[in-house]
Write a protein that binds this ligand. Structure first.
Ligand SMILES: Nc1ncnc2c1ncn2[C@@H]1O[C@H](COP(=O)(O)OP(=O)(O)OP(=O)(O)O)[C@@H](O)[C@H]1O
Length: 252
């Protein structure tokens, strides 16, 4: 795991349809310590996915810098794992093969990569599903495979772009609880993008509120772990933190 530093990051797109420049990210600075978990929250169009894609190296930035473990990001790399809303699993590979894919690409031998994959599948409570194909699983299970697959690469930074947005509310709460449990066990550095304020607060150590491509504020989440919804739903501190973040985001 490594730290992530973003300094004065900006991104301007050329909107070919309108014939104008759009500044999606404006002078964003952010520091994420090794093993930390931050959420970036904000309304649709505020630049969340753009920031994530910049960190992932999928798109070039216009100015500023992004450093992972002190090294500038110049494109995609195995040091950054990404989990998207769409599960993006290989349908022709079993769950085990999906999770073992990253290590395979790194040249890890069969026995060792299957051992790694089984460890992460166990962590995601998916051991029973190892031999199944993705289309035999529920959406929630597929997303857990997605998380296990990203973690099996042992990335320095795990980037998550609204990964739980397309599952039902009940499953989503379970996935959130499981992600916090997995994070506590493995302590990856996580950047989690969401427009859901409660989700952002539930998961993270710090919530970064974004509006119109700018950081509005950062709020430390001093809630105890392990976090479970049954405790936090009625927790006054959780309510006041979500209230504060919501107010911030709505006032912008
Ligand atoms: N490829 C592109 N070309 C032009 N403009 C873009 C492009 N991608 C994003 N934008 C614009 O940049 C701004 C930020 O978009 P972005 O997708 O990062 O926001 P977001 O907060 O992730 O939104 P959502 O929650 O809806 O996914 C928006 O105004 C969007 O229209």
């Amino acid at each position: 795991m490594k730290n992530l530093v973003i300094r004065n990051l900006s991104k301007t797109y050329f909107d070919a349809y309108a014939g104008t420049q759009v500044t999606a990210v404006h002078d964003v600075s952010l520091s994420v310590a090794e093993g930390d978990f931050i959420s970036i929250v904000g309304p649709s169009g505020c630049g969340k996915s753009t920031i994530l894609n910049l960190i992932a190296g999928f798109i070039p930035h216009s100015s500023g810098e992004i450093l992972v473990g002190g090294k500038p990001v110049k494109g995609p790399g195995p040091d950054r794992g990404v989990v998207f809303q769409s599960f993006a699993l290989f349908p022709w590979r079993t769950v085990l093969e999906n999770v073992a894919f990253g290590p395979k690409m790194r040249g890890v031998g069969r026995a060792e990569r299957e051992k790694i994959a089984r460890e992460y599948l166990a962590l995601a409570k998916l051991s029973e599903a190892a031999g199944r194909y993705p289309n035999e699983l529920s959406g929630g299970m597929q997303q857990r495979v997605g998380v296990a697959r990203a973690l099996a690469n042992e990335p320095d930074v795990l980037l998550m772009d609204e990964p739980f947005a397309s599952v039902d509310a009940q499953t989503r709460m379970t996935l959130q609880e499981e992600l916090t449990r997995i994070w506590e066990a493995k302590r990856p550095t996580v950047i989690f993008i969401t427009h859901d304020v409660a989700e952002a607060v539930f998961l993270a150590n710090r919530v970064v509120a974004l509006s119109k491509g700018r950081v509005l504020d950062e709020i430390a989440v001093d809630l105890p772990r392990p976090r479970v919804w049954d405790d936090l739903n009625e927790n006054d501190r959780f309510k006041s933190l979500t209230g504060r973040v919501l107010q911030l985001v709505r006032s912008a």
